[in-house]
Design a protein around this ligand. Structure first.
Ligand SMILES: Nc1ncnc2c1ncn2[C@@H]1O[C@H](COP(=O)(O)OP(=O)(O)O)[C@@H](O)[C@H]1O
Ligand SMILES: [Mg+2]
Length: 339
């Protein structure tokens, strides 16, 4: 029996539909409740598509999933796939340790070390908070003064995980392009006075700071997602007058945009990470792909228009597919072979 954590969004509705269609025994559970372990009686698997913007998920997902995995249960996402989820700083150390091509990154927990670095490095750089999605917490740092200001802030009042003015600017930009409703803009105005729960729960992000080298001249990024032994990809164009692609909503799917060698390396990186599912965000320098971040989860609707997927031997299978089914298939297979 497979347990699936109920939520309105993400992989959940598709997982339920797949189990129903394929007559896979399943049970819907609520991992936010204190009796989650008891709810799981008789289940061998727990699936939970958790998000960084749900404060209950933030409080419980890693604790519950890793506790159950520790005790021998099959879970998605498992430890290796997700201990670094929504933590770009954890990813820096992991990718460095595995020798994967992360954009050169810098993390300081000491103000003097950070200021020293500023005096001996070149600009622009990219500043990122450890968490966030859709480019929300990613900024260009044009010069030394700008970097010093950020360092001073990091080592005093810190940053909110939700930048309400940026969020408002982003929504307004999308509204002007006809990609956002007026109600959406109003919601963002409301959020200026009343930040979302998750941001309040997280408190201020401080006493550390994270930068990456700025990789110039990218009009897009490429995201390759590997789920088990299958992969698919999208290309996201940057916002106008901006270097940031993720969350722009301008996605290209044409298969000719994706280099097979990038798909091949992504399979290798995924193996090396030991991930059940992993999205790699790549930018390019002199034709060489560099990773800016990784994530076990993704907004599934953005991939429905993919033209097909590759297997590990780089055979391409054209046509529509649903990668959330692969997650279930992979885990059932593991159970069968007793892995
Ligand atoms: N070091 C970098 N150099 C150039 N562009 C970058 C760099 N890091 C990120 N970007 C751009 O900014 C976007 C958002 O960065 P990313 O780290 O993926 O954050 P998010 O979690 O918000 O998606 C990326 O999609 C990419 O277009
Ligand atoms: Mg990204």
């Amino acid at each position: 029996m497979i347990a699936i954590h109920k939520s309105d969004i993400g992989f959940y509705p598709r997982w339920v539909k797949y189990c129903e269609e394929s007559k896979i025994p399943f049970k819907i559970v609520d991992c936010h409740k204190t009796d989650i372990v008891q709810q799981l009686e008789g289940c061998k698997v727990l699936l939970w598509h958790h998000w960084q913007v749900n404060y209950k998920d933030l409080l419980k997902a890693k604790r519950v999933l890793f506790a159950l995995e520790h005790a021998g249960m099959k879970v998605f996402p498992n430890f290796k796939s997700s201990w670094h989820f929504d933590d770009k700083i954890a990813q820096k150390y992991l990718l460095e340790a595995l020798g994967l091509p992360l954009v050169r990154s810098y993390h300081f927990v000491d103000k003097m070390e950070a200021l020293d670095w500023v005096n001996n490095t070149e600009f622009p750089k990219v500043f990122k908070l450890k968490g966030g999605a859709g480019s929300a917490n990613v900024k260009l740092v044009r010069d030394k003064q700008n970097a010093i200001r950020l360092i001073n802030q990091a080592f005093s009042k810190g940053f909110s995980g939700y930048d309400s003015f940026e969020a408002l600017k982003e929504r307004f930009g999308k509204f002007k392009q006809g990609k956002e409703s007026f109600l959406g803009v109003l919601k963002s105005v409301y959020r200026v006075f009343n930040p979302p729960y998750y941001a309040k729960m997280m408190g201020r992000i401080k006493y550390e700071i994270y930068f990456q080298d700025f990789i110039p001249n990218n009009d897009s990024d490429i995201r390759v997602i590997v789920v088990g032994n299958k992969a698919f990809a999208i290309k996201r164009m940057v916002r106008s007058n901006d270097f940031r692609a993720s969350g722009s909503g301008n996605i290209l799917y044409d298969i000719k945009l994706f280099n097979e060698s990038l798909i091949k390396s992504s399979f290798e990186y995924s193996k090396s990470l030991g991930a059940q599912a992993v999205a790699f965000d790549y930018v390019f320098q002199d034709g060489k792909a560099q990773i800016v971040e990784i994530s076990y989860g993704f907004a599934i609707q953005g991939y429905d228009q993919c033209e097909g997927y590759w297997d590990e031997n780089l055979n391409f299978f054209p046509g529509s597919f649903d990668s959330t089914k692969w997650i279930i298939d992979d885990i059932i297979n593991e159970l069968k072979i007793g892995k």
